[in-house]
Design a protein around this ligand. Structure first.
Ligand code: ATP
Ligand code: MG
Length: 366
């Protein structure tokens, strides 16, 4: 099969903490489905430690410890190392060589225009001192994706600008040097609420760096406590009061996780979420009841993940072996692409015999 026709997935997460339910609905559950669909030639999942260091340079231990946590979360969610490759970004030096060449194809103004990077710079603060690596991380992400000639990137909505920038770089590379790279597409979750799950505070997106998360590895007690403290509708003070659904995090999470079957099981007075929302809007449905229902719905997803995680936690050496094998496999693919890139860029001085002969002939004519 020609390489361009291959169906390849590349996606990943920054090891800045454990994974949360936003990761699950935004990307992880789709990865598991796609992995099990058998319709992809390669599924590669990257733990982006080098990217995590772009805004955590002073905290290498956090990144180091989070690598194994993220790997455990993957396995717990059903990523199967016999079907998917899990690898660690920093172990693939080819990615950083590609990044260096792609940097030449992006202007500073373009890098500064990326709306996700802009929002993150604002949110991180950085005291006015944005690390170069942080501004350039979408370029490095382009290297991660293109090194594997991935065409599909399952991710949340915040990744759309990254993929747009990646496609620009691919087009510029291919028109300048020749057709080597493949243009990737983001694959967003189908449910609207899953594209950017808000945090339990109801404000920004759920994000490790903000700390408004329900983690996949949280105990059942912790999840229940976080749900009890969740943001709802501040004007819905008494059960009888009419309530707002828009911006009400409990209902957003139900939009993301709930199916009709949960009503038959746990809340049979409603046939579906629409009926429950109507009652809340009218008044007469209290937050406590909604939160208890949400807790049951979430536990259906979280309980099996927690149980599988405990099993893998008992085999840490096995997890490291899996990461080492995955990184070796990923490097072999990236090395192949890098050599094609260098050929196209004409920086293959020692592999291209014709280059030397051109020079020999040039000087022989004198
Ligand atoms: P950080 O705060 O360190 O950036 P994060 O929580 O934003 O961490 P990432 O590792 O940056 O997580 O994101 C990994 C993947 O998960 C990306 O595909 C991203 O789109 C998706 N994702 C992260 N948070 C959410 C969310 N709240 N809703 C939907 N998808 C999300
Ligand atoms: Mg992020």
């Amino acid at each position: 099969m020609a390489e361009a026709e291959k169906k390849v997935i590349l996606t990943g997460d920054r090891p800045t903490g454990r994974l949360h339910i936003g990761h699950y609905v935004g990307s992880l559950q789709d990865r598991v489905k796609l992995q099990n669909s058998g319709s992809f030639d390669d599924v590669l999942i990257m733990i982006a430690d080098a990217q995590a260091l772009t805004d955590n340079a002073d905290n290498p231990d956090k990144v180091r410890e989070s690598v194994i946590e993220v790997a455990l979360d993957y396995l717990a969610c059903g990523i199967d190392p016999t079907k998917s490759t899990i690898f660690i970004q920093s172990q693939i030096p080819e990615l950083f060589e590609l990044t260096a060449y792609y940097m030449d194809l992006v202007s500073l103004a373009r890098a500064e225009r990326n709306p996700t990077v802009k929002a993150e710079i604002k949110q991180r603060g950085f005291n006015g001192e944005v690390p170069m690596g942080f501004l350039a991380y979408p370029i490095s992400q382009t290297a991660d994706i293109t090194a594997f000639k991935a065409n599909t990137v399952p991710a949340g909505e915040d990744q759309e600008p990254m993929l747009e920038q990646a496609r620009e770089i691919v087009r510029k590379f291919n028109t300048t040097y020749g057709d080597v790279l493949v243009e990737p597409e983001v694959l967003l979750p189908s449910r609207e609420a899953c594209k950017r799950l808000p945090g339990t505070d109801g404000k920004a997106k759920m994000s490790k760096s903000i700390g408004n998360c329900i983690y996949l590895s949280d105990s059942a007690e912790t999840v229940a406590k976080k749900i009890r403290g969740m943001y709802t509708d501040p004007t819905h003070l008494q059960v009888k009061d009419p309530g707002k659904i828009e911006g009400n995090t409990v209902f957003t999470y139900l939009d993301a996780f709930c199916d009709d079957r949960f009503f038959a099981e746990y809340l049979p007075e409603y046939a579906n979420l629409e009926e429950m929302k109507d009652h809340y809007r009218r008044g007469g449905l209290g937050d406590v009841k909604c939160k208890k229902f949400l807790n049951r719905v979430l536990e259906e997803t979280l309980e099996p993940i927690r149980t599988r995680r405990h099993t893998y936690e008992q085999d840490i050496p096995g997890v490291y072996d899996m990461l080492a094998a995955g990184s070796a496999y990923a490097e072999s693919i990236a090395a192949h692409t890098l050599s094609e890139v260098k050929d196209a860029m004409r920086i293959n001085y020692f592999d291209d015999a014709s280059l030397m002969h051109e020079q020999i002939d040039r000087y022989a004519d004198r």
